[in-house]
Design a binder for this molecule. Structure first.
Ligand code: SF4
Length: 431
């Protein structure tokens, strides 16, 4: 990876001969950006692993006392699993230290692009650093403090102009800052398992708040604006609605409002078919992750999309939770998490309260994950029963259709899909 500073290049040349000199401590202050060239594959896998690590740091930070044994044990387990430095005295962990160094700077680039992202990244890195610092022995701590120069240098954003001109890296960085770690909830494995008659009940039992809000607004107004149709339509596709079901579902609802059947067929059906990869570029679009919903396209007046934990006024959120019979102490906990900008953790708390469990047992990253976990729990660990097929459950990808990968680690393809989706969004931006 080249951050193209000649000073840094010289420094690298000086240090490259001695690995130990390059990373003399397991703990780093990340003063100098890395200067070596690395492959895009390594770039991506380092970034995804660090993102996983920081998400665990966030999760543990609100679930356990930071100085407690459980917090420390679980964080050490994650560091070991992801092959980051975990033991202050280990001498042969050059690869782990290098990964720590490079991955930190990749995420710095990805997360310096807005105030929200910066804050989240800094908070997690601070917690990680604090943990590692406390794990050092007194003498190592002293050595580390002597080694680092604590003088402050301004934020990574200054490196962005040169990075932005690199057409390979910028989409990857944009994607990373909106990415999540987990499967993409593409449609194939669930298709045809839901009937339209089940949706009202499912929206109460198993939809996350964002989708419950969209479903309610659709039923009440018989219409959703563009952002809502995209977010909710792709979610429904992810839980298993076939194209035929989706067309029926949206049409039935819209013609109860101001849109007649003809207008629906001409104006809206095309975009639904497009979402299912049956029009245009034939891309099989992937349901939105929490990060995408939280970080992009905030709702404005008259919109119902977005994440209620991020985008609702706290007072309105409180009223909504009260109307959904969430107990007062649970609402207080959720609002506290929202105040600390832990939106996905607030959603996890909502899951726990509405499913009457103490520990959600997974890290929430995706509305479709919320749905799948809820269904698993409510059916005692079993998958949804397949509906008798009278609703057309034979939705298959066409042979020329682009296949979305099943793991966000392959985010290059997701990046392409994101770009295409944005194109589609712009095309169908009318309400
Ligand atoms: Fe939806 Fe994710 Fe927000 Fe929960 S955290 S409401 S699943 S966007």
């Amino acid at each position: 990876m080249e951050f193209s500073s000649s000073r840094a290049r010289l420094r690298h040349a000086r240090l490259a001969g001695d690995r130990r000199e390059l990373y003399p401590h397991s703990l780093q202050f990340y003063q100098d950006p890395p200067t070596e060239n690395i492959s895009l594959v390594e770039f991506e896998s380092f970034a995804v692993d660090r993102l996983k690590l920081l998400k665990v740091v966030e999760n543990l930070g609100v679930s356990y006392v930071r100085s407690g044994d459980t917090y420390k044990t679980k964080l050490e387990q994650e560091l070991r699993k992801l092959k980051f430095p975990y033991k202050a005295l280990a001498e042969d962990d050059y690869d782990a230290r290098r990964k720590d160094h490079i991955s930190h700077f990749i995420l710095r680039l990805a997360y310096c692009q807005s105030e929200d992202l910066r804050r989240w990244f800094l908070q997690q890195e601070m917690d990680l650093f604090r943990y590692r610092f406390h794990e050092l022995s007194d003498s190592l701590r002293q050595k580390f403090l002597e080694h680092v120069n604590l003088s402050f240098e301004a934020l990574t954003a200054r490196s962005l102009p040169s990075i932005q001109s690199d057409e390979r890296l910028q989409p990857l960085l944009n994607h990373l800052s909106h990415s999540y770690v987990g499967p993409d909830y593409s449609v194939q494995k669930n298709t045809g398992k839901i009937s339209l008659e089940q949706i009202d009940a499912l929206s109460v039992k198993s939809f996350p708040l964002c989708m419950r809000q969209l479903h309610k607004a659709l039923r009440e107004n018989h219409h959703l604006r563009h952002g809502g149709r995209m977010q909710y339509g792709l979610f429904l596709k992810g839980i298993g609605l076939t194209l035929e079901q989706a067309l029926e579902f949206w049409k039935k609802e819209f013609i109860r409002g101001k849109v007649d059947a003809d207008k629906f067929d001409k104006g809206y059906a095309y975009s639904i078919r497009h979402n299912y990869g049956k029009e245009g570029k034939r891309t099989d679009y992937t349901p939105y992750s929490c990060m995408k919903i939280i970080m992009s396209n905030p709702p404005s007046q008259g919109d119902y999309h977005g994440c209620p934990f991020r985008h609702s006024d706290p007072e309105l959120l409180k009223q909504k939770l009260q109307s959904y019979k969430v107990p007062p102490n649970g609402i207080a906990q959720i609002l506290e998490l929202v105040k600390g900008m832990h939106y996905q953790l607030a959603c996890q708390k909502y899951f726990e309260l509405t499913h009457d469990i103490d520990d959600i047992g997974f890290s929430l990253n995706h509305p479709n994950q919320y749905f799948a976990e809820s269904q698993k729990l409510l059916s005692g660990g079993r998958e949804l029963k397949k509906e008798p097929n009278h609703l057309g459950n034979s939705q298959q990808k066409s042979s020329g259709q682009e296949s979305m990968n099943s793991n966000s680690a392959h985010s290059s393809s997701n990046t392409t899909a994101d770009a295409e989706l944005e194109e589609l969004e712009a095309y169908f931006a009318e309400d």
